[in-house]
Design a protein around this ligand. Structure first.
Ligand code: DGT
Ligand code: CA
Ligand code: CA
Length: 382
């Protein structure tokens, strides 16, 4: 069996649409007098006015080095010279309403539509453009202007033969960008990009790849795939290699919005007992509960995934009696699943052999929890 996926034979035309500086742009639309000022949208978390992190900022604030994830205190000091800078709390309900308004415009253009998050989606336009990239470019310009007319939002679009390249292309010219990469130009387009443009490649992997002498897609694509498998494991190694060549056969799947919410992390050290994973499990539960809140969904089934050192997977799940949105309940159920999953190995001799490398939490059986039937109903009331 070959390690490498083949490029799919049929040309597809996929558009990735990503709204620019999304939460901050929503704030500008709500209050146009803020335009021209640095805007920082914050997750205020503590007792003092400044504890918490930056969720996002507009491009004016980014010019001062303010970006997602940095402490609010740091953002304030970076903007010390901008007396007009404004720090606002997140208002997910408003952003969700704005998102749904824009998504309802976009859905009208695609043969298939996949929701990725509040500010991002894919559409497959292969049939409606006869697989022609020039037609897809025209259609994309129409989408941009329709979204802007209806919502005031600017977005950046990437058009490519698959989701991976479309996503990378959407990020290529921002804000208000449109990047079209027909199939024959994929390799050339990718070759000079840095490997950290591959979705999912974070600072750790980037550092490792750089140390291996691979800074660009071009360099990565010339690498022996077996070397990548050796360094990163089979799944990640193959993914990296395929990504470097712009190969991705994932389909645009319609039910993305309601399917599931999940996160997987790699443990700092392989674990043989559930107690060693409680801290990571708490972190995962917080992450998925935040995503559920952001999407305004409640969950009924909670799953825990264990990926062992030999890449074998163990998954266990429990279904609650009623839908839930609560962190404490999620953690307590996830913890009991993890305890049970690890329990068969209380015998020390066996547990020493069970080495968990990665841990995941997945929420399924999702239902809308905005207090209305759909997010569109919610828009009607604002
Ligand atoms: P861009 O680069 O113009 O697409 O800017 P954004 O702000 O749209 O960035 P994106 O697409 O990565 O993220 C979409 C939204 O997700 C963003 O408006 C706020 C939220 N977000 C992104 N990163 C973080 C983060 O590190 N923490 C929190 N709390 N929220 C984040
Ligand atoms: Ca965005
Ligand atoms: Ca995004």
């Amino acid at each position: 069996m070959s390690l490498i996926s083949r490029r799919s034979d049929r040309t597809r035309v996929i558009v990735c649409i990503d709204f620019d500086y999304f939460y901050a742009q929503c704030e500008e639309i709500r209050n146009p007098s803020l335009r021209g000022r640095p805007i920082v949208v914050c997750v205020f978390s503590g007792r003092t006015g400044d504890s918490g992190v930056v969720s996002t900022s507009n491009y004016i604030a980014r010019n001062y080095g303010v970006k997602s994830g940095i402490p609010i205190k740091v953002a304030r000091s970076k903007l010390a010279d901008r007396g007009d800078a404004i720090f606002l709390p997140m208002d997910i309900k408003f952003y969700a309403a704005k998102s749904e308004e824009a998504m309802s415009v976009i859905r009208g253009f695609g043969d298939k539509y996949e929701y990725v998050g509040l500010d991002e989606c894919f559409i497959d336009v292969t049939d409606s453009t006869n697989a022609d990239f020039e037609q897809a470019k025209q259609l994309s310009m129409t989408i941009k202007s329709s979204v802007f007319q209806k919502t005031g939002l600017t977005c950046s679009l990437g058009v490519a033969p698959n989701k991976l390249v479309a996503k990378i292309a959407s990020d290529f010219q921002k804000p208000d960008g449109l990047t079209v990469v027909p199939r024959q130009e994929v390799e050339n387009f990718l070759s000079r990009l840095r490997v950290d443009k591959i979705p999912g490649v974070g600072p750790k992997t980037t550092k490792k790849l750089f140390a291996m002498g691979m800074e660009t897609f071009g360099q990565l694509s010339c690498c022996d795939p077996f070397r990548l498998v050796e360094e990163f494991g089979r799944t990640s190694g193959i993914c990296l290699y395929n990504a470097s060549k712009g190969i991705d056969n994932e389909l645009v799947t319609e039910s993305g919005q309601t399917q599931q919410i999940g996160k997987i992390i790699t443990l700092k050290k392989d674990a043989s007992r559930s107690t060693e994973m409680y801290d990571d499990l708490q972190r995962l539960c917080r992450l998925v509960v935040d995503l559920a809140t952001e999407r305004q969904v409640a969950f009924k089934t909670i799953g825990v995934l264990l990926i062992l050192h030999d890449l074998e997977n163990i998954t266990r799940s429990k279904t609650l009696k009623v839908h839930c949105t609560n962190y404490n309940e999620l953690y307590s159920v996830a913890k009991s699943i993890l305890d049970e999953a690890m329990d068969w190995s209380t015998d020390d001799a066996v547990s020493a052999k069970l080495r968990v490398r990665r841990l995941g939490v997945k929420l399924t059986d999702l239902k809308n929890n905005s207090g209305q039937n759909t997010i569109s109903d919610f828009i009607g009331s604002t």
